[in-house]
Design a binder for this molecule. Sequence first.
Ligand code: ZN
Length: 529
Amino acid sequence: MNRMYRLAMLLTVMLLPAALQAQQTPVLPALKQQAVAEVDSLQTLTQQMVDEIFSFSELGFQEFETSRYVTGILEKNGFHVERGIAGIPTAWVATYGSGKPVIAFITDMDCIPRASQKPGVAYHDPMIDGAPGHGEGHNSGMAVNVTAALVLKKLMDKNHLTGTIRLLPGVAEEILGSKAFYVRAGLFNDVDLVLGAHVDSEFSTSYNTGNGEWSGLVSVQYFFHGKAAHAASAPWQGRSALDAVSLMNAGWEFRREHLRLQQRSHYIVLNGGDQPNVVPSEAAAWYYFRELDYPHIKELYELGNTMAQAATMMTGTTVDHKLVGSAWPPFFNKVIAEVQQKNMDAVGMPKWSEADQTLAKALQKEIGAKMEGLKEKIEPLSEPVKNPAGGGSDDVGDISWNVPMVYLMYPANIPNLPGHSWQNAVAMATPIAHKGSTAGAKVQAMTALDFLLQPELVKQAWDYFRSVQTKEVHYETFLAPEDKPAIEMNKEKMEKFAPQLRKFYYDPVKYKTYLEQLGIQYPTVKAQP
Ligand SMILES: [Zn+2]
């Protein structure tokens, strides 16, 4: 007995550390709680990222300062960074951890032409006249994903969790310029799931075609070549490239009546010649062809090419075209969306202050939009729309057809704004954007933890991807083998404005917030709404 007792005691003592350790390994809910607390403890960094990237205001393919800044933070925190990926100088991939699952985070970082706006001011007041600005709010996305990634890294280290965290930027999202090239470069070949984040006025996620307000597209530039001549003394010797542009546009307008209602197409004249007394030898138009699925988008693209060709036949000119962007309509994963929704419900909406609501309502009033202030409730996960009507596009669509993906919409902006304009920049370096980004980071971190700790969920996401999403539809790229990322785009515009923008770069060492640096009283409104 005595011997048995001693043996039992010995065994207990030997096994005790293991038992204790098992008890100390925090289970999922506890880890999520820690993640929330850690994201809260990084609020200053989150705010600095939102403000700093807002102040850089870089257009697509020219996100050099933003990339330098963000990769700097990631490298300093132990992430391995590879730059210039997929042939795009401002693209990079940052990695931490090892083994499965591989969870990729993606979010955009480019801004909008002519959207320069003083933050916190509820009427049009550009920082620099005509300059680019964050008139969509892409400046907040990196704050969301980087904050989440830093927190995940800390929790993974502390709890010896296996898995790989990867971050990528959406370069030139506003011109749908990078992600099809990422896919072509194989950047998602070993990725298990993708957690995208995009600024919104609501807190929501979706699956399948969601609210149906997504289209896919190709974005194509047509360059017409004619013959220069004196427009008055020898016009018969010239051939006008501008005539071809005009005829192509007119042709498209007539044909538009006979296209499916689901199509959306728009164009601008990129180059209309130099001066009226010179027959334009060079002219160019830029088209977006949007539709709901690959075959219809391809059909529009081919029709555009035919119209361009026809215009050259009428004008004695020639044409060549360049694809500058493409996007599949996004399709999101139900399994991940359901997990994400639960985390969103747990996090809740940010607590808006009186000042936040005043800014929102004043801006809504100023532009004649519905004056409802900021959203107070989380959107429920709803059934996908049966007959999508189409709308905007996002090149995350291409990723979503290659790996299970969801797109978190986090509440960092004011509702009822027109999009792609100064209005959408007003809130983007204010407490509205700061709080919304913190809320978004919490959901990103929590959702990643769900999949890091429950491998069966990764399997379920892939089951949905294989047996529902890609059962009949298979991804094909819009890119021809010779298509290259349009990395020269926006170069001249950025070079023009960079010296002026530089004077307004945010200095977080000197100023607590960008509003403080700019000396803007928050909120600045015309009159109390
Ligand atoms: Zn966007």
